[in-house]
Design a protein around this ligand. Structure first.
Ligand code: ADP
Length: 478
């Protein structure tokens, strides 16, 4: 039997230990999904021991203690070990994390110190375990420094020949403010004019520069980040590396997101029993002061209230179609100005619009299972999970054709796509969607098309596993 390929998977958060956003979903599912392929892979996950992690909930064992060099001395590292569905998980602790109160801080220098420390400690851990990875797989800027570390240690027999893969979940967050930490831990700027000057000492660009393979979280996002509109200033560099940039769409946890078993729904349903959705729609209409009528299309948003998500575009688009028959539920929180604009729509359209400013997992499930359409007019969307959940629950997405939205929604088949980030263009897509809603058979066919999609991690895990193998195969040919 051949020895399994060893993958050191690094992330700043992973469900169920700690989850702030979509990255937590990915790191909590993907490594296990890769292992479950049974494809001769040994994957180990390393995350920081954030203070938000409730140690009592997990069977943690002290693994090892060591130090890593830091300006003016040594930085102590403590490592704990546990398992997640049979996969080894290591949690790294040390002063930067004991001091921190939040997973992500508003002070970029605080996060710089945390994540540079984490990245280098995770590499040193592999050496201490005498477990030489074949591939280090980092995710977003927080762990990008590890790839720069591997690249700089190519004279070290332990790291020589180790390959690196970098998944980009959101290019815009680069880790600016980490310069002092990089210097303190002995990592100078990279002196390569290929990178813009501002990126020569910043984790995200350094990770991209170091990586043997770059994976964006959808094929469209992989293309988009090579253009000025989406490239955040790194488009020229990324384009020069286009032969190493691919896209792999994320999955969702299809066990947790299943309308046949979801206890938040009033009546479970499936694509053969779509009428079961009506009971949850009625609950939403009743609870939120909307006319209780199954034939009025219920539009919804479940979103962070952030400029990225284009909430303003949706609100203005709805204002352009006041004469059409629709109701809307907006669930989200975030930017206070966007929240206020959403509230204004409710006061201008009483009994037709309900705005709920909070994070509410149970209500989100009821919205996916009861609303007729999910609106996602994102200005950019690396992958997006909400549209996949909506389709799995029979809510038809009306979304901007960008990134993962473009790759997961089939126009006129499982949803409605529009191109320009403008209210007028979105209003056009809404008109088309509302017309289709009135055609009962057409609408049911669209719902069923969305519900029959495979949103599981299996497909993505397979693609990552193939990529790991290609990387190793190619390096053996070098
Ligand atoms: P992003 O990670 O950019 O916020 P995604 O679409 O990838 O967007 O994932 C968002 C996830 O967060 C989805 O599962 C969505 O249901 C959930 N979500 C967003 N806002 C809320 C909210 N206010 N209440 C409950 N769930 C929310």
């Amino acid at each position: 039997m051949s020895t399994p390929l060893k993958i050191l998977f690094l992330a700043s958060e992973a469900d169920p230990f700690v989850k702030v956003g979509g990255l937590g979903d990915v790191a909590g599912s993907l490594p296990n999904a890769i292992l479950e392929l049974g494809a001769d892979l040994d994957v180990r996950l390393v995350i920081p021991f954030h203070s938000a992690i409730r140690a009592d909930n997990f069977d943690l064992h002290r693994e090892t203690v060591f130090t890593i060099p830091r300006e003016g001395g040594e930085a102590p590292v403590q490592v704990f070990h546990t398992e997640l569905r049979g996969m080894p998980v290591y949690l790294i602790s040390g002063d930067p994390f004991s001091r921190a109160t939040k997973v992500y801080d508003t002070d970029s220098a605080v996060d710089g110190e945390k994540f540079v420390f984490f990245s280098l400690a995770a590499l040193e851990l592999a050496r201490r375990l005498d477990w030489r990875p074949d591939i280090v797989h980092a995710n977003d800027w927080h762990t990008a420094t590890a790839l720069y570390g591997v690249r700089r240690m190519q004279d070290d027999p332990f790291w020589k020949g180790v390959k690196t893969l970098f998944s980009v979940h959101n290019l815009c967050y680069m880790g600016a403010g980490s310069e002092a930490a990089l210097t303190a831990y002995g990592l100078p700027p990279v002196n390569d004019p290929e990178l813009p000057w501002w990126g020569q000492h910043t984790p995200m660009p350094l990770g991209l520069w170091s990586a043997d393979e770059i994976v964006a979280v959808s094929p469209s996002y992989a293309e988009e980040i090579q253009t000025p509109e989406y490239g955040c200033g790194l488009e020229t560099f990324l384009h020069s590396r286009h032969d190493r940039v691919t896209g792999i769409v994320n999955g969702i946890d299809t066990t947790s997101w299943d309308p046949r078993t979801d206890e938040a729904l009033i009546e479970p349903f499936s694509s053969e029993h779509l009428s079961g959705r009506a009971a949850t729609k009625e609950l939403l209409q009743t609870n939120f002061g909307l006319e209780v009528n199954n034939s009025v299309p219920l539009l919804a948003m479940v979103t962070r209230m952030d400029q990225q998500k284009g909430v303003d575009i949706a609100l203005d688009a709805l204002r352009l179609i006041p004469k059409l028959n629709w109701q809307a539920i907006l669930l989200g929180s975030g930017n206070s100005e966007i929240e206020a604009t959403a509230r204004r729509l409710e006061s201008d359209f009483p009994h037709r619009v309900c705005t709920i400013i909070r994070y509410d997992g149970k209500l989100s499930r009821q919205i996916y299972g009861g609303a007729d359409m999910l609106l996602m007019p994102s200005r950019y969307e690396p992958c997006g999970l909400a549209q996949m959940i909506a389709m799995r629950y029979g809510a038809v997405p009306v979304a901007r054709a960008t990134g993962g939205l473009r790759d997961t929604i089939a126009e006129g088949y499982s949803g409605f796509l529009f191109t320009d980030a403008s209210p007028a263009v979105m209003a056009g897509a809404l008109r088309r969607a509302l017309k289709a809603f009135g055609l009962h058979r057409t609408w049911q066919e669209m719902q069923k098309a969305g519900m029959s999609g495979d949103y599981s991690w299996f497909v993505s895990a397979r693609q990552y596993a193939d990529l790991y193998k290609t990387l190793i195969h190619n390096s053996s040919q070098e």
